[in-house]
Design a protein around this ligand. Structure first.
Ligand SMILES: [Zn+2]
Length: 404
């Protein structure tokens, strides 16, 4: 149904007065901001892509649905977060996991509340609270947004906060971001202590409440512990294989395999330092396709999906400005560098990761999601296989985790 989305033209906060209620500024384009990527498909192949997108529930496992400013803002400007409705409508997606990276409860509540307020002033995007919301959105030409917390740090020491956040609309949570929290160790830590007792309780509570668990930014041991502790299938929403790209943002194949054995789904990412490979050393959709196709061979076509992790605007600039927590691995994630242990593998080179990061060719924003289907058609996959990767597998996990 992706092609017939009925965006009603609403733009974020248009019920307010620009330059009265908030500082007005130009936003980045949501469609055609960068040159189109040519897959060299024939007319028949393009028709196949269109059919696949139209017939199936298309699910994007990881994005940030924000539009960046297209101009520098004056100091102290009262800004707001703008949702990319136009881009969402053009993305071919029926369901998008929209991510909040905040670590504290007040910031998470701010994110969920402001997004919901904006959503409630229009009728095209709906919040996905139940599986029914998804199937209805598919039939009615709407898009269902899954409120996702990239880390569950906000629950702090009280697992009842899982229920509180579920009540506020969160339907998927990462256990930990790159820095450790009360639940487990993140990938930027020099040591990975695995899932804590509290983390174990949180996994159990997320299973019972109906939250989809994600271990994308966890350390290797923590990720494996979570997968073993979970009684429900889970997702690794935005990741890749360390066999192809040797850095800490990727996970070892044993962890990805374990996720598949729990009937989970591994979503391949492309943003930031990108899962560059020896074969595809530039930041482009080809990196994602190479990882995807490798994982189809290793863990099976029933266990892969895509979570590009982009937004509208120069998200690569976030990484060019210098190391984020996630690319600071060799020195730990704090402000004060410390020597890493001698036995630690040399798997992360922050300088190499941010080299030539202009934009991700072929998959620069959530609008480009159908290009994944184009790549898979070009590379010889069947319609049924592509439908699984583009959403069928993710829908299976959603149905297995949510109570209704
Ligand atoms: Zn992330």
């Amino acid at each position: 149904m992706g092609k017939d989305k009925k965006w009603d033209g609403y733009t974020s906060w248009s019920y307010l007065e620009a330059d009265v209620d908030y500082h007005d500024y130009r936003l980045e384009k949501q469609v055609d901001r960068v040159p189109k990527y040519d897959f060299g498909l024939t007319k028949d192949q393009e028709d196949r892509v269109e059919e696949i997108i139209k017939k199936n529930i298309i699910i994007n496992l990881h994005e940030h649905l924000d539009v960046f400013p297209a101009e520098p803002l004056p100091r102290g400007a009262k800004t707001r977060t703008f949702t990319g409705y136009e881009g969402i409508a053009a993305s071919g997606c029926d369901v998008i996991f929209d991510n909040c990276v905040c670590s504290t409860m007040d910031r998470v509540i701010q994110f969920l509340g402001m997004r919901q307020c904006d959503f409630d002033h229009q009728g095209f995007v709906v919040t996905a609270r139940t599986v029914d919301d998804i199937t209805r959105a598919f039939k009615e030409g709407k898009v269902a947004i899954v409120n996702t917390l990239e880390q569950a740090s906000a629950i702090d020491r009280d697992v009842d906060n899982v229920d509180l956040l579920y009540g506020l609309g969160a339907r998927s949570m990462g256990i930990v971001y790159s820095e450790s929290n009360t639940l487990g160790s993140g990938l930027s830590e020099l040591g990975d202590g695995g899932l804590t007792d509290l983390g174990y309780d949180a996994v159990k509570r997320m299973n019972k409440t109906g939250v989809i668990i994600d271990v994308s930014h966890a350390g290797d041991k923590t990720a494996m512990d979570v997968i073993e502790a979970s009684e429900k299938p889970l997702i690794i929403s935005h990741v890749g294989s360390r066999t192809l790209t040797n850095n800490a943002r990727m996970l070892p194949d044993e962890v990805l395999q374990a996720c598949a054995e729990r009937d989970g789904v591994v979503g391949v990412e492309v943003a930031g330092f990108a899962p560059r490979t020896a074969k595809n050393p530039d930041a482009s959709i080809e990196c994602l396709l190479e990882h995807l196709e490798y994982l189809i061979d290793v863990i099976g076509v029933d266990h892969v999906g895509a979570g590009p992790d982009t937004l509208w605007g120069d998200h690569q600039g976030l990484y060019r400005q210098g190391p984020l927590g996630t690319v600071n691995y060799p020195k730990g994630s704090g402000h004060y560098p410390r020597d890493r242990p001698a036995e630690m593998p040399e798997i992360f080179d922050a300088g190499e990761m941010v080299r030539d990061l202009e934009y991700v060719k072929g998959l620069e924003s959530p609008t480009d999601f159908p290009n994944i289907a184009r790549g898979l058609v070009r590379d010889g996959y069947s319609d049924a296989e592509i439908a699984k990767v583009m959403g069928g597998n993710a829908l299976r996990v959603i149905k297995a985790c949510w109570p209704r």
